[in-house]
Design a protein around this ligand. Structure first.
Ligand SMILES: [Zn+2]
Length: 315
């Protein structure tokens, strides 16, 4: 998707393409198979520089920090963490203690409970199977994914690795007032996760959606509430914005939130129907979805089917 007001900036990174979205806002959109994890961005509101998320790769976060300094001549005063998933959190310790790391109360709680637990599990996981799969995998894209996974596991095992947890939290929202624009953080009910935060610049009609939007790929439903997510997307659609930085995928317009809702409705419906007819919902295929969704590529489909089957069988 292209937007005539968006400018691609001249910045070399193996991990992302950098865009200037408006007077204040920049978006870092992950390159395919780069291992960057979640997209990120930064906002220069004159007296403050605000970074949104820190990616899933320490080297990608280093590039992000470098880009921010290069284009704004500032160090970030604030980092907003959109939710607790590791692919948005890996770079937090690159920033000095004077950089405030902020998020919602519920996201901090998730980082300190499920997040910490998951990190410990990852640290103790046996890597032999992954290392073996790299020896036999021939597909270039899949090899890159495996290499990125191995890099992640090795990074978190190093003695110097640390996640700097947020030190500033808010319950429903928060506004940072700069001399050039104001940046609004807003929290919703449980959707992608419990405590998802969006970052919105009303004056410039720019939205950073975090993982509330997976642009044209299967949104991971298993950490949240799929039905809640549909209503949260409906609320987001009421905001006035002309471009959104999704958590994953390319810069997006409002239509992609509606399309994501269509996916969530369809997958719930497909799983329910299979359960009712006594068939196995995990056998649902990409072709069973509407045409616009059939071209999506993501291993998350199988995981979503498994999650929804368990969830809907219980209800
Ligand atoms: Zn996520």
């Amino acid at each position: 998707m292209t937007f005539d007001f968006v400018k691609k900036l001249d910045f070399e990174s193996d991990f992302f393409d950098l865009y200037k979205l408006s007077e204040s806002a920049y978006g870092a959109i992950g390159k395919e198979n780069s291992g960057m994890g979640g997209n990120a961005g930064f906002i220069d509101i004159g007296d403050y520089l605000i970074m949104i998320d820190t990616t899933g790769d320490v080297d990608a976060a280093k590039d992000l920090k470098k880009a921010a300094t290069q284009f704004t001549q500032k160090e970030p005063n604030f980092i907003v963490i959109t939710h607790y998933h590791m692919d948005h959190l890996m770079g937090t310790s690159l920033f000095d203690i004077s950089t405030q790391i902020m998020t919602s109360d519920r996201t901090l709680r998730n980082i300190q409970t499920v997040g910490r637990k998951r990190l410990e599990e990852f640290k103790n996981m046996d890597l032999i199977e992954i290392e073996e799969s790299l020896k036999t995998e021939k597909d270039e894209e899949k090899r890159k994914d495996i290499e990125n996974d191995l890099k992640f596991f090795k990074t978190i095992r190093s003695d110097s690795f640390l996640i700097r947890e947020p030190n500033l939290t808010f319950k429903e929202g928060c506004v940072i007032h700069g001399d050039e624009a104001s940046v609004h953080m807003r929290v919703f009910k449980k959707a992608h996760t419990d405590g998802d935060v969006i970052v919105y610049i009303p004056e410039e009609k720019i939205l950073y959606a975090g993982d509330l939007l997976f642009a044209k790929s299967d949104p991971w439903l298993g950490s949240g509430n799929p039905e809640g997510w549909i209503s949260v997307n409906d609320e987001i659609l009421k905001l006035d914005f002309k471009v959104a930085v999704p958590g994953h995928g390319d810069l997006s317009s409002k239509e992609l939130f509606s399309l994501e809702n269509k996916y969530i409705r369809e997958i719930i419906d497909l799983v329910k129907k299979r359960i009712d007819s006594g068939e196995d919902p995990t056998q649902i295929k990409r072709e069973d979805f509407s045409e616009e969704i059939q071209s999506w590529k993501s291993p998350v489909l199988e995981m979503n089917l498994k999650f929804l089957t368990e969830m809907l069988k219980k209800s």
